[in-house]
Design a binder for this molecule. Structure first.
Ligand code: DQA
Length: 144
């Protein structure tokens, strides 16, 4: 059974209340519930994790290398700022899929730069919660 870690970056704990016109009304709890449901259907072992702290996200990626096969990460604002998170993605040694709820290319210019994309297996941006669900789908169907 493939083991997948989903990492939610800063401010995603405020989903459902933060900038609802942009991010929608689903809470992180509800999103995680949908991800666990889908993972079960797809036969994936899933753990989800959220932190607002760059340090904790880096530590989570370091630990992931030992216990998971894949990482799906929404690095949120750290996407656009963090060389340290990029290095942690590489240090994990795992295939990583970068996801965003919104289309980061259709927003402010500073969101067009990602420190993660070129070291990710792939990027899904702009499909709301389906960005995450489709990443799970890919992991389930990708050959071992
Ligand atoms: C985000 C996009 C980022 O630019 C932003 O900082 C976020 C969320 C998204 O999921 O659309 O916090 O990663």
């Amino acid at each position: 059974m493939k083991k997948v870690l989903v990492i939610h970056g800063p401010n995603l704990d405020a989903l459902g209340t933060r900038e609802r016109d942009i991010y929608g009304s689903i809470s992180l709890y509800e999103l995680d519930r949908l991800l666990y449901q889908r993972a079960e259907q797809l036969g994936l072992y899933l753990v989800t994790y959220q932190s607002n702290s760059e340090e904790d996200l880096i530590d989570a990626l370091h630990r992931a290398g030992k216990s998971f096969d894949w990482v799906i990460i929404n690095p949120a604002a750290f996407t656009h700022t963090s060389v340290a998170l990029r290095d942690a993605v590489l240090a994990s040694g795992l295939p990583v899929i970068e996801v965003h709820l919104t289309n980061v290319f259709s927003r402010e210019d500073f969101r067009k730069r990602s420190f993660i994309s070129d070291v990710a297996k792939g990027v899904i941006s702009g499909l709301g919660i389906y960005s995450y669900l489709l990443a799970l789908e890919f992991v389930a169907h990708e050959a071992e």
